[in-house]
Design a protein. Structure first.
Length: 259
């Protein structure tokens, strides 16, 4: 299985988590602003406060009830002082769920979850857009790419990347591009050891963009028969690798494992 699928799934998961966290932020803001817009505001007194302790504020409702409410955030050093007067928003129907009118109480959780939501959403969008872009390029090569026959020259384990605790693999392929230049390139990252399926000298199909020699597709599903057949006979569901510039120039990839 190709690592590209792992990246695609990671993008979708990250995007889903980001959207879910945005929903949480919206819920928190809506809950607070319901008290602010439709509730009552009175002044209370901080009766308990300490480093790494949630503050406790006592206030009287407009109908004379005395209520104590505990904050949701503790901090060190605490921004509160015992005896300090501070505003409180409350719903007359549920005054025990009042909102202390301080920056920490009103904005800490929305900002925290909002920050995580932004990171996850941007990461998810990035991976998703890259995956979609690669698929479009792959389809374009399938339709109009210049076909060449590649020869498996060796195998390389990626020493700089780990995915789920495992180092991915590349198949090293020698081929000649449409301009007649001999090249040695790496396939896309593979999750499994390719030596179980390939050996030195196997033939594979390579499709490239005649206008951009750094855009090519090594079809590890297509063997010698696929390399000589018309591309229309190759399924769009085969395992593939799309390499975009810098994925290994001719002769620069060391072959670290042969058989």
């Amino acid at each position: 299985m190709f690592v590209r699928r792992t990246f695609s799934v990671f993008g979708i998961v990250s995007l889903t988590v980001g959207i879910a966290l945005m929903v949480v932020v919206g819920f928190l803001l809506a809950e607070d602003y319901e008290k602010i817009l439709n509730g009552e505001r009175v002044e209370g007194v901080v009766v308990e406060a300490g480093d790494n302790e949630k503050p406790t504020v006592e206030f009287r409702t407009k109908d004379g009830r005395r209520i104590r409410v505990e904050g949701t955030i503790s901090a060190s050093p605490t921004p509160y002082r015992v005896g300090e007067r501070i505003g409180v928003f409350y719903d007359p129907a549920q005054p025990e769920k009042a909102l202390i009118d301080s920056f920490l109480e009103r904005w800490f959780l929305p900002l925290l979850f909002g920050g995580f939501a932004t990171v996850f959403t941007l990461v998810g969008l990035g991976f998703t857009l890259v995956s979609l872009r690669r698929r479009r390029r792959q389809r374009r090569l399938m339709r109009s790419g210049a076909r060449a026959q590649g020869i498996v020259a060796g195998f390389e384990q990626n020493r700089f990347t780990k995915i789920n605790g495992r180092r991915p693999w590349h198949v090293i392929v020698d081929w000649t591009d449409p301009k007649g230049q001999p090249r040695r390139e790496r396939s896309e990252m593979l999750r499994e050891d390719p030596t179980r399926s390939f050996k030195i000298g196997d033939t594979v199909a390579v499709l490239s963009d005649p206008e951009d020699m750094n855009l090519f597709w090594i079809d590890l599903h297509g063997r010698s028969k696929a390399a000589s057949a018309s591309f229309g006979g190759t399924s769009g569901n085969v395992s593939t690798g799309v390499n975009i510039g810098g994925m290994g120039k001719s002769g620069t990839n060391p072959v670290v494992r042969r058989r």
